[in-house]
Design a protein around this ligand. Sequence first.
Ligand code: NIG
Ligand code: FE
Length: 429
Amino acid sequence: MSSSLFLTDISQMLTLLGPPGPRRGRHLREVGLVTDAAILIQAGRIAAVGKKKELIRQISLREVRHLSLGGHVVLPGFVDSHAHPLFLEPRLQDFEKRLEGQSYARIAREGGGILHTVSAIRKAGPRKLTDSLRKVSEKFLSCGTTTLEAKSGYGLSHADEIKMLRAFCGANRTGPLELIPTFLGAHAFPPERKKNPERYLRDLQPMIREVAEKKLAEFVDVFCEKGYFSLEQTRRIFETARKTGLRLKIHAGQFSESGAVRLAVEYRAVSADHLDHLSASDIQHLARSSTLATLLPGSNFFLGSSRYPPARRLIEAGAAVALATDFNPGTSPTWNMQNILSIACTQMRMRPEEVLSAATINGAYALGCGHRLGSLEPGKQADLIALEVRDYREIPYHFGANHCALTIKKGRIAWSHGGKSMGGVRPEF
Ligand code: NIG
Ligand code: FE
C-alpha cells in the first residue's frame, strides 16, 4: 500500500504555522486556521497542507490513500511536556485523606505521597512496568496526545531509577506513543537516606553520569520545594547535570516561593514547571529568558486549590507559556489534555487559541522538539488528531469530554474512535 495519506473534509485545520521558536504574547493566539482544509502525508511526514480545493489540483488521487474526516477539526497531536506516567497503582487513600481536608505535605509525611509509589515501583519487575506503560499509552493516544514526557522519580535508587528509564526506552521502541524520558532522581529523598540527605546527593552523581552516557534520558528535573530539594541542593544537581550535557527542567514554585525560577533562568533550563507561587520579578525574568513557563492547572484543580498560576500576567509579560497534564497519582491523575485546556480557560482565563498553542507547539519546545513536532507544516513529523467538533473552541467548551476521533502518529493511524469502524471517520481506499 502507498505510504501516502490524503486527509480531506476538515472543517477547520489549525496548522499552528509560524516562525521558529515558542509562541509568546499575542502570537500565542495565532493558530494558523484553514477552513475546508486537506493535508497530505508522505512517508510519515507532512507533505502539504492547505485548502482542499487547491491541494486536490496538485496531487494524483490515484496514488494516495484517501480518508474523509467528515467535517472534523484537525490539529497537531498534543505534546504533553510534563508527566509522571509510570506509577502502577492509583493512590486512592491519599485522595480520600485530602477530601477530609489533609494537605499534600501531611499525607506525604504520614507515609502516602511519592514514597508510597516508590515502594510499588521498587517491587515491580520490568514486565509489570512495560504492561502498565502500554495501558497508559493507549489512554493518552485515545485523548489525542502523540508525544509524552516520561519522568522517572519513583525509584530513587540507582537500580530502580535506571529500571524506570529503561522501561520508557522499551515502550518507545514498541508503541506508537513517543515518550521523551526525563531523569527525576531528585523527586524526593528515599527512606534509607532520610537521615543522610548529603549521601543521596552524592548517590545522584553517578546516576546522572550513567543516564547521560547511556542516553537514557533527555532531561534532568528536580523537585525544588520545601521538604524536598532546597535551592542549594538543586544548584548542585544542576551543576552535575550541566557537565554531562543533559538539559534541565525544574518543578518550581508548586507549594512555595523558593527562588527556583531565578535558578532555572540562570541555568537556562528548558522549562520551569508549575509556577503557582511566583514573584513579579520572577515573571520578568521568565519573560526575558528562553525558559518555557509550563503551567499544570490539573494539579491545582485536583488538589482543590483556589490558587492557579498567573497565566495572564505571564502571557502579557511575554513569557512562553506551555500547558501539560502533570499526569501523576498524587496531584493530577488525568491523561486527557482536553480537560487541562478547559481548566486553563475557565480558571486562568486563557483563550481557546492560547490553550491550543500552549499544548501543541509550545509543548514541543518545552521538550526541545519544536523543530520537528507541534505544528502542521511541510517537513515536520505527521502527528495529528481529528476531533469530533465543528469549531475548535468547542474543545475546551464542552468540558470533561473526549472529542478525539482519530490519532495519527508518524503518518499512521495510532488510535481511532470505535476501532476498525473508526466512528464518524470514513476510510476510503
Ligand atoms: O508534579 N511535585 C512533584 N511531583 C508531582 C507529584 C508526584 C506525586 O505526588 O506522586 C507533581 O505534582
Ligand atoms: Fe510533576
